[in-house]
Design a protein around this ligand. Structure first.
Ligand SMILES: CCCCC[C@H](S)C(=O)N[C@@H](Cc1ccccc1)C(=O)N[C@@H](C)C(=O)O
Ligand SMILES: [Ca+2]
Ligand SMILES: [Zn+2]
Length: 317
């Protein structure tokens, strides 16, 4: 594929206008961003389930059609998430070596999910009731791309407690990326693309996981086999701890002093990339996070004290 690097404008899923990088040649405008790593490439599955599908080609480098919105956001938000890991954590793409970021939108029919396939991001359009196109939310894209970071580092097994930690890391960095770009930030997950007919809800709440029926304390963990052993359920325990670490608060009588998003992000990034392993459970997660905070701020630091308190507050001692 040859051509000239360009910038285009377009409307995202929520109708917001944004600019992003494209590649122009005599076929037209491709959703190819050659300014980041080895490139960001966005594809169209055309509502079938073959990936990656067709590299997105537009006729005039203006992406304002309704059908374009999912691709505009997948492409632009992948670029933003790339910038977060590069600029905040000095990580060049998900593998640290500039790996290409490949996304496919319009996957399946009314597909109410998004996932990291092991090699690329994939986004459904939703059924219009539970979800609208899932690439329309920055916290979703950062959630999926964080799975790629996890898979190239801790490689946490996607089941039971290691899977819950895997899922929580994706929710944590989804939220931190949303705050980094000040994109209507909050400690809810998926709020922008979830239940368009219901105001004020979210798929998950990190501030209060019980709002979506998920545990906010280790003693309330799910021990069944559904959801790969509760990876989207028991993630609530870590999500609540992360919320407390960044924002502070008292939970089940345990008080946590806030350390803010940036320090929390640095601690979780170091924990994920230096200490967690495929079989890590919540107990190892606590020890790893304390170690990471100790490396960064010292054993007697306020940051280490807050990490210990945050895990204790959710019953992980
Ligand atoms: C395909 C089966 C497994 C999917 C797992 C992917 S990584 C996942 O966790 N997807 C997110 C999508 C998302 C993320 C942030 C906000 C909204 C939605 C997810 O949470 N999926 C839920 C619906 C699930 O799979 O239960
Ligand atoms: Ca959010
Ligand atoms: Zn996930």
């Amino acid at each position: 594929l040859t051509g000239n690097d360009s910038t285009a404008t377009g409307k995202g899923v929520l109708g917001d206008t944004k600019t992003f990088n494209t590649l122009l040649n005599n076929n037209g405008s491709y959703l190819v961003d050659r300014t980041r790593g080895d490139g960001i490439f966005t594809y169209d599955a055309k509502n079938r389930t073959r990936t990656p599908g067709t590299l997105w080609l537009d006729s005039d480098n203006v992406y304002n059609a309704a059908y374009d919105g999912a691709a505009v956001d997948a492409h632009a938000y992948a670029g933003q998430t790339y910038d977060y890991f590069q600029n905040v954590h000095n990580r060049n793409s998900y593998d640290g070596n500039g790996a290409q970021l490949v996304s496919t939108v319009h996957y399946g029919r009314s597909y109410n999910n998004a996932f990291w396939s092991g090699s690329q991001m994939v986004y459904g359009d939703g059924d219009g009731s539970q979800f609208i196109p899932l690439s329309g939310a920055l916290d979703v894209i950062a959630h999926e791309l964080t799975h790629a970071v996890t898979d190239t580092t801790a490689d946490l097994i996607y089941q039971n407690e290691s899977g819950a930690i895997n899922e929580s890391m994706s929710d944590i960095f989804g939220t931190l990326v949303e705050y980094h770009f000040n994109n209507n930030p909050d400690w809810q997950v998926g709020e922008d693309i979830y239940t368009p007919n219901v105001a004020g809800d979210a798929l998950r709440s990190m501030e209060d996981p019980t709002l979506s029926g998920d545990p906010d304390h280790y003693s309330k963990r799910y021990t069944g086999t559904g959801d790969y052993g509760g990876v989207h359920i028991n993630s609530g325990i870590s999500n609540k701890a992360a919320y407390l670490l960044a924002n502070g608060g008292t939970h089940y009588g345990v008080s946590v002093n806030a350390i803010g998003n940036d320090k929390a992000g640095d601690i979780y990034y170091r924990t994920l990339t230096q200490y967690l392993t495929p079989n890590s459970n919540y107990s190892h997660f606590r020890a790893s996070t304390i170690q990471a905070a100790t490396d960064l701020y010292g054993a007697s630091s306020a940051e280490v004290a807050s990490v210990k308190a945050a895990f204790s507050a959710v019953g992980v001692n």
